[in-house]
Structures are given as structure tokens and as C-alpha cells.
Design a protein around this ligand. Structure first.
Ligand SMILES: C[S@@+](CC[C@H](N)C(=O)[O-])C[C@H]1O[C@@H](n2cnc3c(N)ncnc32)[C@H](O)[C@@H]1O
Length: 316
């Protein structure tokens, strides 16, 4: 679970179409899955600016690839991609043929209990991509936000029905009076008590057990949408995306391409609207009339890919 399989790799490469000596920006470097292929296609002199808010991912990549031949063609920067303009201005004096955003989190991050992204393992409720920076952790959001704000993030960012969002928010406020939220299981326990009070009471659900749902119900775990909401709030993910899209278009050379992989409808809508407005204004051409999803084989081999949607536009 600790390696990350790049999603829609073939499709991204097809659309970005990297050629020898072209330069690219990978705004979400992660484990470098997409970048490594781009580096191979842009030999001998093409360069990549790789950005990631998670310092550990970049450090891990450097250690694992210490003998990596293409090192001098790869510039890695630990920062938030919403600062793309200044990152580019300060580190990458090259024209850019393509920019990639592969949003969300990597399997390494999801599988790391210290990051608190997963409701399937118990870990501190952190969820910040960048743990070095300040900003509220997921635990602090649960412990500090008032009822209305909790309902708002659960409905807007988790797309939870208002009734359930209200119930979970109320349960959070009641639970934190007894004991503050500290771990992922503290939160998933509260969610499960709202959704399945009798099963929890009877001890049929011990904790965030995947099996309970997979075997008996084959439905999405109810914690999914609430964990998603917290993650989006903690990292201001939608704000980051709104900020980076115009910067990316500005940086791209004419004819350069912007590829964005999103994993839920909130992100996809922002990308879709940005492309639509840009096309209307004659600033870009949309290359993917409909978003591209994974083929059946990828869906089976990599369940994380199932919700992925790729949209690509070309700068005019
Ligand atoms: C889905 S993973 C990318 C995986 C990568 N394409 C690969 O194949 O190895 C998304 C990465 O983006 C990073 N990330 C998320 N939001 C970010 C932001 N606002 N700025 C910079 N990096 C961010 C995460 O830390 C994570 O490593």
C-alpha cells in the first residue's frame, strides 16, 4: 500500500505528448510516477520542475533515486502549487510545453497513519499535506469549528446530505465536550454511531472495519465523505486549484497543454468551468470534450483510479 501507481499514465502522456528537449511542470510530483516517464521522453535536455507540498514525498524520492541518471534535469521544490507563479519565476528559466496537476493525495500519504488521512487505520487527525507549515489540523477543525461551520464543510466539501451532515456535526460537538478529538478512529467512531447506532451498540462494528461494509453492504463507507470534507478544508484544496489554473495558463508557452486529473466532482467542476470560460474568451482550446476516465483494466488493477477524471486544454 506504500507505493503509488500513477493514474491515467498512458492518457496523460498521450495528451501532453512530451518531445525531446521540451520542459514540463509537474505540480503534484508525489512519487514521480508521471514525471519519470516524461523525463524519459524529453531526453536529452528536457527539464521538469516537480512541486509537492509534502516534503517527505520529495525526500523519499531523492533517497530512492539517488543513482537516478536524469537528476540534473529534475528540479524539485517543496511548496504549495498555488504559488506556482513565484515558484516558476524563481526556479525554472525555461519555456514550458506542458503542466500536470494530479490532484488529491498519494497512496503513500493515504497509507501513512501519521498523516491521518485514512479512516481504516488509527492515526493522529492531521491531514495537512504540508506538516511543516502552520494551519489547523483536522483534529483542530473538529475541536474548534462551531456547529454551523461543521455542517457547512460536511455538506459543501463532503457533499453529504444536509440531514446526515447535521447529525454528524451535532455528534461531533457533543463528543468533544467529553473528550477532544485526537485520532482518526475518534472521528470514524462518531460517524458510525450516527449511521449505524444499533450495529455499533451490538458490537457488530468494532471500528472503521472495511469488512463490515464490503461483506454485508457493498456500499461506500460513510466516513469517506466526512474525511474528504475535512481534508479539503484543512488544505483549502479548492482554493489552491482555483489559484493555480490561471497561473498555469499564464506560464504555458503557446500551444502548451494543461492536464488536470481530479478525483471528485467539486474539483472537476472547477476545472470544467475554468476551461469553458477560457475557451469562450479564446485563450485556450479544450482537447477533451468529455473528461477521460480509466479503462476497465486500470480500474481493476488500481481501485484508486476509479473516480479519476482527466481534462486537458491547450493554450492559444
Ligand atoms: C495523487 S498524488 C500525485 C502522484 C504522482 N502524480 C505520481 O504518480 O507519483 C498528489 C500529490 O500532490 C500533493 N499535493 C496535494 N495538494 C498540493 C498542493 N496544493 N501543492 C503541492 N502539492 C500538493 C500531495 O502531497 C501528493 O503527493
Amino acid at each position: 500500500m506504500n507505493t503509488h501507481k500513477p493514474v491515467l499514465l498512458r492518457e496523460v502522456i498521450e495528451y501532453l505528448d512530451p518531445q525531446p528537449n521540451q520542459n514540463f511542470i509537474d505540480c503534484t510530483f508525489g512519487g514521480g510516477g508521471h514525471s519519470i516517464v516524461i523525463l524519459a521522453k524529453t531526453l536529452p535536455n528536457g527539464k521538469i520542475l516537480g512541486i509537492d507540498a509534502n516534503r517527505d514525498s520529495l525526500e523519499k524520492f531523492k533517497i530512492q533515486n539517488s543513482k537516478f541518471k536524469n537528476k540534473d534535469r529534475l528540479i524539485l521544490i517543496n511548496d504549495n502549487f498555488r504559488n506556482l507563479k513565484s515558484i516558476y519565476a524563481n526556479n525554472f528559466p525555461y519555456p514550458v510545453s506542458g503542466i500536470l496537476l494530479d490532484l488529491g493525495l498519494s497512496s503513500m500519504e493515504l497509507g501513512d497513519p501519521e498523516r491521518g488521512f485514512s479512516f481504516l487505520t488509527d492515526g493522529l487527525l492531521d491531514m495537512r499535506f504540508d506538516q511543516q507549515k502552520h494551519g489547523l489540523t483536522a483534529g483542530e477543525v473538529l475541536n474548534k469549528y462551531d456547529l454551523e461551520n461543521l455542517i457547512k464543510i460536511f455538506t459543501e466539501y463532503g457533499e453529504a446530505p444536509r440531514g446526515k451532515a447535521w447529525q454528524v456535526a451535532k455528534a461531533v460537538v457533543a463528543a468533544r465536550k467529553r473528550q477532544l478529538f485526537r485520532t482518526t478512529f475518534d472521528f470514524s467512531r462518531v460517524i458510525l454511531q450516527v449511521f449505524y447506532p444499533r450495529a455499533v451498540e451490538r458490537g457488530e462494528i468494532t471500528m472503521a472495519t472495511k469488512d463490515f461494509y464490503h461483506k454485508r453492504r457493498k456500499i461506500t463507507h460513510p466516513a469517506t465523505q466526512f474525511f474528504q470534507a475535512l481534508r479539503i478544508e484543512v488544505n483549502d484544496e479548492l482554493g489552491n486549484l482555483r489559484e493555480v489554473l490561471p497561473s498555469a495558463m499564464e506560464i504555458l508557452a503557446k500551444g502548451g497543454r494543461l492536464a488536470v486529473i481530479s478525483f471528485h466532482s467539486l474539483e472537476d467542476r472547477i476545472v470544467k468551468n475554468f476551461f469553458r470560460d477560457g475557451a469562450k474568451a479564446g485563450q485556450l482550446k479544450i482537447l477533451t470534450k468529455k473528461p477521460i476516465g480509466p479503462e476497465e483494466i486500470e480500474r481493476q488493477e488500481n481501485p484508486r483510479s476509479r473516480s479519476a477524471k482527466l481534462r486537458v486544454a491547450e493554450k492559444r
